[in-house]
Design a protein around this ligand. Structure first.
Ligand code: PGA
Length: 249
């Protein structure tokens, strides 16, 4: 049986009080299952509410949605990996498509953020995905391999086994369109091959999550795909009942 990761990306939603209420409902109703971990990526301001709610549950963990690559200093509005770690985060999303496409994050930036995360003891969840024009041009696999290599640029082969990957086709995020299990199978297999090439055989076990309009109706079909090791969920993770249904699937 594979080991699964369910990650909730709340984006710019859930104030501290809402996050606390959500987590009370979730933790009260979700019993630990040995084959899965559940990760929460609240807005940084609500991280404390999540961390407090999960403190005695090793199967539930929290992360931040973004970091700056510097350790500290005059970077108004930014959060370092060390600050996130100190506030209880154990994971960080890096290179989410909204960071890349709305905020101009470059592939070089993702590499600096991965390095900063690893240095501070945060596990990076490296997000990759092609745009619709890239898919239509038959560039999907080339683009996602390039994004993966770029994010891990400069890292020793030995660290590759310690990251997580999320494949999120840009055209599927928040649009209601999901990749078919066939599309996901092809992309995930290509990412696993690339991970082995970068980090050796052990890195073939790096979890590769699928993201993009995942919901309670389509999650089982996606998880049935051999190389899909979990899901990264935005919209459908905001409602505790729907999120419970997803993590129980
Ligand atoms: P979505 O977002 O589930 O709302 O499509 C996924 C993501 O951006 O991580």
């Amino acid at each position: 049986m594979k080991s699964l990761v369910f990650a909730a990306n709340w984006k710019m939603n859930q104030a501290p009080a809402d996050a606390a209420l959500f987590m009370r409902t979730f933790v009260g109703q979700y019993a630990r299952q040995t084959d899965r971990r559940v990760l929460f990526f609240p807005p940084a301001l609500s991280l404390h509410s999540v961390v407090e709610a999960i403190h005695d549950r090793a199967d539930l963990q929290a992360g931040v949605q973004n970091i700056h690559w510097e350790d500290s200093g005059a970077f108004t509005g930014e959060i370092s990996a060390g600050l996130a770690r100190g506030a209880g985060a154990r994971f960080v999303l890096i290179g989410h498509s909204e960071r890349r496409h709305l905020f101009g994050e470059t592939e070089a930036d993702t590499a600096k953020k991965v390095a900063a995360a690893l240095k501070a003891g945060l596990t990076p969840v490296i997000c990759v995905g092609e745009t619709l024009p890239e898919r239509e041009a038959g560039e999907t696999l080339r683009v996602i391999r390039r994004q993966l290599r770029a994010a891990l640029e400069g890292q020793e082969a030995g660290v590759v086994a310690g990251v997580l990957i999320a494949y999120e086709p840009v055209w599927a995020i928040g649009t209601g369109r999901t990749a078919t299990p066939q599309d996901a199978a092809e992309a995930h297999a290509a990412l696993k091959t690339e991970l082995r090439a970068l980090g050796g055989e052990r890195s073939g076990a790096v979890p590769v999550l699928y993201g993009g309009s995942v919901n309670r109706a389509n999650v089982a079909g996606l998880l049935a795909v051999e190389d899909v090791d979990g899901v990264l969920v935005g919209g459908a993770s905001l409602d505790a009942e729907q999120w419970l249904a997803i993590v129980r699937s």
